[in-house]
Design a binder for this molecule. Structure first.
Ligand SMILES: [Zn+2]
Ligand SMILES: [Zn+2]
Length: 154
């Protein structure tokens, strides 16, 4: 991602917080920046580690509160992955498929219009209220783990 795009994303997150009445503080700026620049699907602990490099005195609760506020406001989504000890957050709220490796827990995104089609059809036929921004989660074995497991089998 280009630096300019990351800056815009940081600004966008701050604006959402400000509109919800949360003052723009240096700490909040740093938390939003960490979210905007984190590659992939961070946990609160991942973001805390990033922000702590700039603000050693910050508490994990402060990071959590900002993350949770952004989630409530729909700026990020919570990604509930089976068997993962910690909750991951997805900074990409466009409906997409999250492909999760069962072994190394790596998460890879797939963007496809089929997600909309599938979610529409699933809500229509089941009558369930499905939030498309939550996307889909598919589980599998990533190429690296697949390679490692065949190497040990031989
Ligand atoms: Zn994702
Ligand atoms: Zn893997």
């Amino acid at each position: 991602m280009a630096q300019e795009k990351k800056d815009n994303k940081t600004e966008a997150l701050l604006r959402i917080l400000e509109e919800a009445g949360k003052r723009n503080t240096a700490q909040r700026y740093e938390i939003c920046k960490a979210i905007a620049e984190y590659p992939g699907h961070p946990t609160v602990a991942d973001l805390y580690d990033t922000v702590r490099a700039r603000f050693p005195m910050i508490s994990q609760a402060t990071v959590y509160n900002t993350v949770d506020t952004l989630r409530e406001l729909g700026a990020i989504t919570r990604l509930e992955i089976a068997n993962h000890d910690h909750t991951h957050y997805d900074t990409d709220v466009h409906p997409h498929v999250n492909i999760v490796c069962r072994y190394c827990e790596r998460i890879q995104d797939l963007h496809t219009d089929l997600v909309h089609t599938l979610i529409d059809e699933a809500s229509r036929t089941s009558g369930f209220d499905i939030r498309p921004e939550a996307g889909l989660i598919l589980y599998g074995i990533c190429p690296d783990c697949k390679k490692n497991s065949t190497e040990t089998e031989e």
